[in-house]
Design a protein around this ligand. Sequence first.
Ligand code: SF4
Length: 419
Amino acid sequence: MNRIAPISRLPCRLGDALRDNRPAIAVVQWAFVVLYLVLLILPALVPGDDAHAGALHRLGRFAEVLFWGVWWPGVILSVMLIGQFWCGLLCPDGTLTEFASRHGKGGRIPGWLRWPALPLAAFAVIGVFEYALQAHDTPRGTLLLIGTMTALAVVCGVFVGRGKRVWCRYACPVGGVFSLLARCAVLHFRVDRAVWDAAPRPFPKPVDCPALLDIRRLRSNEKCSMCARCSGHRNAVALAWRKPGEEIAALREDEARPWEAAGIVFVLIGLLYGALHWQHSPWHHALLARDVPAMPAALAAVLLPALVLGGGTALLLAVASGGRHLTATRLAYALIPLGGFGLFLGALEHALHILHEEGFAVAPLLPWLRAAVLLPATVWSARAGCAILGHGAAARTCFTAGSAVLALVWQFAPYSFAA
Ligand code: SF4
């Protein structure tokens, strides 16, 4: 480690600094909890028709801007670029569930909670109903949506695990998506197995990993919340740079999970596209004009594009992989950058919408914003896919062209700045 250049050592130093400053981090964590609860609860207490609650209404608007305009896009981008530091260091739910777990019953983790597809499945269900009901458009909807997750995180901490973040590891729906996005990140905790195994006795105390990970065998950012508690352990663990897409390209066939590939294709890409865009499409309005009840129309707005776009994406993977099931599964992971930036774009567009409602002339920015986000995302996905496909020129061209078409679907996605 001493031979590496100073710029390469920056993450290592950052990791050690985070490990050594846990009391200061705890102060920031609890400050975030207080800020979060105030911004979540106070606006929801204001009656919708209370004309005299101007200051509280402004607070509600401020909370909406912070939640959906700053926090959500910022966290998505940070997870994709540098990993799940948000989860390990700042997330109020993580702080609360760990605190509850330290003082709770310390029960065993039930088998059903360990079902690996649970977070992504929960995210899909919540996503469908959240967008069908437009819960994020009102303070009470936001409280119901986000507050329920916080309550479940606390309940999980009270009953399960001893001082751990069982909720974050096994159940957090947002964590299900972040686990995918974090595979793209350029930072990770690298473990040198040889140095770990050769560490002199007596061994230091085992790391209190809140995510219950087997750190010695850590190869993926997937479930690591980047809390840095393991930094420097046995001189074998260090926060380090890696190439964008390195983890995706290095994914072995036995590590690629079909259910996760389906989640990337039908949830991260298909469902989120529907949730964020289809309600603005003329077909959606045509459906409503035919006197279809609002709820079925809203559900169709999410589910139809999920099936159509997801099905088209699955076809691309099948063709590019030459019908080889395992290659197609691995290849799905290469679409995480495109899907993740599609989600980021949706969050940014919501922020633009809020600015538009506040009187800012931001609508003309939309096509440029989309292009600026989608171009690097397409290159990122195409490079990751080509690394997986190896030397087959036809397959690489097919995957690259398919990724570009997918990007165009986002570029020309329906959007309306009407209220
Ligand atoms: S492996 Fe565990 S202890 Fe190490 S940074 Fe990740 S979550 Fe924290």
